[in-house]
Design a protein around this ligand. Structure first.
Ligand code: 13P
Length: 252
């Protein structure tokens, strides 16, 4: 298993001056050694400035979305090659906000994962059930469908570096994080499905991370779980003290 990965998803927040201030703070506070790989995911408009500002650090960049198409007449879209051009190494795909507001399906995610792999970008594939699905005891069915449809057609070597983010929709931005034990059992199930699709060897190495109301207060209990290999942080990643405490979860 690689080192844990901690990703700050800034969503549609921060213009360039604010972003640069936060990045300077993060770089200063994380200049020493820490146990996790750190990734931030600002908006498209901030990526280039962030890339320049991060040049002398080991903090990496993720985009929040990518076009399924590689180039051409797709007004408003941003291609995988363009993301590589501005220094991205990761792309968040299928976030529940994109599924909810922009009607992205598992099949759309599958195409987006394919274009990322083509350009050498690592997809962070988001899965997660809604509250209604959870209440109807459909969590595992939803996970299985999102994984089987989203990851269909790929080979073992394609998905070796993939990151899967389990983000229960009801836990996002609500202050109501999943209980670590509950998240752990879904993560275990996600690993089982990946093992059935790609074999146990690669599945055992996949980083499966948790997202949904992660804070500097609940990070330690989340990271204790065996099948939780990092976190995808929304709100708390915009607050310097909170994000850097999350990254240093192992130090207190
Ligand atoms: P919050 O941490 O604000 O709940 O957001 C989680 C999320 O959506 C990360 O992608």
């Amino acid at each position: 298993m690689k080192e844990p990965i901690i990703i700050g998803n800034w969503k549609m927040n921060m213009i360039i001056p604010d972003a640069l201030k936060l990045i300077t703070g993060i770089k200063n506070k994380l200049s020493g050694k820490h146990d996790a790989e750190v990734v931030i995911s600002p908006s498209f408009t901030v990526l280039n400035s962030a890339h320049i500002a991060l040049a002398d650090s080991n903090i990496k960049l993720a985009a929040q979305n990518v076009s399924f198409a590689d180039k051409g007449a797709y007004t408003g879209e941003v291609s995988a090659k363009m993301l590589v051009d501005v220094g991205c190494e990761y792309v968040i795909i299928g976030h529940s906000e994109r599924r909810q507001y922009f009607h992205e399906s598992n099949k759309d995610c599958n195409k987006k994962i394919a274009v990322c792999l083509e350009e050498g970008l690592t997809p962070i594939y988001c899965v997660g059930e809604t509250l209604a699905e959870r209440d109807a005891h459909k969590t595992l069915d939803v996970m299985e469908l999102q994984l089987r449809e989203g990851l269909t057609g790929f080979k073992v070597h394609d998905i070796e570096n993939l990151v899967i983010a389990y983000e229960p929709v009801w836990a996002i931005g609500t202050g109501r994080s999943a209980e670590s034990k509950d998240a752990e059992s879904v993560h275990g199930f996600i690993r089982e499905i990946c093992a059935s699709m790609f074999g146990g060897v690669v599945a055992d190495k996949l980083r499966i991370i948790y997202g949904g109301s992660v804070t500097d207060e609940n990070i330690q209990s989340i990271m204790k779980e065996k099948n939780i290999n990092g976190v995808l942080v929304g709100g708390a990643s915009l607050v310097l003290e909170k994000f850097t405490k999350i990254v240093k979860y192992n130090e207190e």
